[in-house]
Design a protein around this ligand. Sequence first.
Ligand code: SF4
Length: 283
Amino acid sequence: MNENKSIFLCAISNIESGTCNEDCKFCTQSVKYKADIQRYKRKDIEQIVKEAKIARENGANGFCLVTAGKGLDDKRLAFVCEAARAVKKENLGLILIACNGTASVAQIQELKEAGVDAYNHNLETAQDFYAEIVTTHTWEERYQTCLNVNEVGLRLVCGGIFGLGETQEQRVSMLESIASLNPMNVPLNFFHPNEALPLVENSVTREESFELITLARKMVPNAMKIMVAGGRELMFGEEQYKIFEKGANAFVIGDYLTTAGKSPKEDIEELKRLGFKIKREID
Ligand code: SF4
C-alpha cells in the first residue's frame, strides 16, 4: 500500500547549543529557563562533518546546521559558513540547511556562497499569539527573515510548533502565513514539555495533531515536504508512522536539538517494513 510513497529524512546538528538570551516559552535552549541540557558555543568542525557523513549513511537527504540565539552576528555567520564549506567539500549529496534565526539578505547571501542550499526559519505560532509566547522579539521579524530567504533564492524551510495554548483559529492563521511564503519544506513540531519551562503541558491532542498534519498538507499544497520534526515520538507514540497516511512525507531522524530521538536504524527498518521508499536524491 505504501510502495510508491517516498519519505525524506533529515538530520540535525546542533552546532551551538543552549546559549540563547531570548525567552521563547517552549524552548529549553533559552538561558532564562535553566533547563538541564548541554550548553556549548561551537561544535568542532570535524565533529560536524562526521555527523553529516553518519546522517548520509543513515539515509538522510537533508542535514541542518542549527545554532542557538536570536540570529546571526559576524562571528556566528563566519562559523556557520566554515561548517557549511567543510560539509560541502565532502560531496555527500545532502541538501545543506542552515537554521540560525533572524538573518538579513546579505547574511543569507553569504551562507549561499558558502554552500548552504536552504534556510530554516519557523514562524512558530500565529502572529496574534506570538507576544504571549515570546517577549524579546517579534513575529514580524521572523516573517521578514523568511522573505529575505526568498529574496536571495535559497529554498525556504518554514513551519511552526503546536501545543502552546493557541486556539484552532490561530493554528490555521499560522498555516496561512506559512503558505504565503511558499516554502519548500514545512516542519511541524509538537511541544515537548519540560519542567524548567513556563509552559508545563502540551495543549494539543494526538488526534488533533494528526488532523493538523492533514490540514498543513492541504493548506500548503506546493510544499515538497510536510515534515514532522520535534515531538514525534512523544506525541504519536506507537502510532508515529501513521503521520504518513495523514499527509506527512518527511521526518527528522536521530536526535532533536535538546531531546533524544529514536535510533535512525530503528526508524529505517520500520519504514522499510511498512513498504516506504527512502528518498535519497536531491531534487
Ligand atoms: S526558539 Fe530560538 S530564539 Fe527562541 S529561545 Fe529557542 S533558540 Fe532562542
